[in-house]
Design a protein around this ligand. Structure first.
Ligand code: ADP
Length: 254
């Protein structure tokens, strides 16, 4: 059931009672569950052939083939990789809706994890002409799900690079603030309109500035980021100024 309550006032303004409304939403919840189950099984089915395609492509790219064939194979491979990311993102949001995120927590050195994520993003940043800097402590251990937190950092850093124009920069800072882990990813990119700031965490949402510039994306990344952060009991916030840049701040309990 969902409930809502409202005061009832006479034309004079005097409070004469209250109205309570209960709405039965079992059917709606069941429909949402069926949708998540459907997306989850379709994603599973798509993953198997995609893995085979990628495996063969990787082998082919290593063969001694003419340059233009290799170039074309690389394009196919990049697109197959994008498809794989999309499929696993869809699987993750469907599973989160269906059964909640499964977490495997352990003691993880976040300084090392963030450092690795930054190094992984460096090639894309270099290609895009974006400077990527990190300010990390020597070590910062927290009890988190390593793979999921890696996904959070990868997503935020790659968004920073993707939504920043040539000549701009992305800065990643990790530290302990008031006893909690704080990660900030600040970029000097295209920014997000004020009235879109709360929408960026919604499934499939894409901002006007991103669409205008034809920057590719699915609108799934930040929904995944925010569900992983909540599953850890953490918070995520965004601040941005269109044309000047954005800053995403994640806090996680140690
Ligand atoms: P995607 O990047 O695949 O579109 P996300 O869920 O990661 O999906 O982001 C949702 C939207 O939020 C993006 O389409 C973009 O409009 C906006 N956005 C996210 N990160 C940034 C950023 N660092 N700078 C500007 N806009 C951003």
């Amino acid at each position: 059931f969902t409930t809502s309550a409202r005061q009832v006032r006479a034309p004079s303004g005097e409070r004469v009672g209250a109205a309570l409304a209960y709405q039965e939403i079992t059917d709606l919840l069941r429909a949402l569950q069926v949708k998540d189950q459907f997306v989850s099984s379709v994603s599973h089915e798509l993953r198997t052939p995609l893995t085979a395609v990628l495996g063969h492509l990787e082998m082919l790219c290593e063969e001694d083939l003419p340059g233009d064939v290799v170039d074309r194979l690389q394009v196919v491979r990049r697109n197959a990789e994008r498809l794989r990311t999309l499929v696993s993102d869809l699987l993750l949001v469907a599973q989160a809706g269906e059964v909640g995120l499964e977490m495997h927590r352990g003691d993880v050195d976040l300084a090392a994890l963030v450092g690795e994520a930054v190094e992984t993003a460096r090639a894309a940043a270099d290609r895009a002409g974006v400077t990527l800097d990190a300010d990390l402590p020597t070590s910062l251990v927290a009890r988190v799900d390593e793979q999921r937190v890696r996904q959070v950092v990868d997503n935020l850093v790659s968004n920073g690079v993707k939504y920043t124009e040539r000549g701009g920069s992305v800065e990643v800072v990790l530290g302990l603030v008031a006893g909690a882990v704080e990660l900030t990813v600040r970029d000097t990119g295209i920014g997000i309109a004020r009235d879109e700031l709360t929408d960026v965490f919604t499934r499939f949402f894409r901002g006007g500035a991103a669409l205008e510039r034809h920057i590719p994306g699915t609108g799934l990344g930040l929904e995944i980021v925010s569900s992983i952060v909540s599953a850890h009991g953490g918070t995520i916030a965004v601040d941005s100024e269109p044309g000047r840049g954005s800053v995403f701040t994640v806090t996680l309990p140690v």
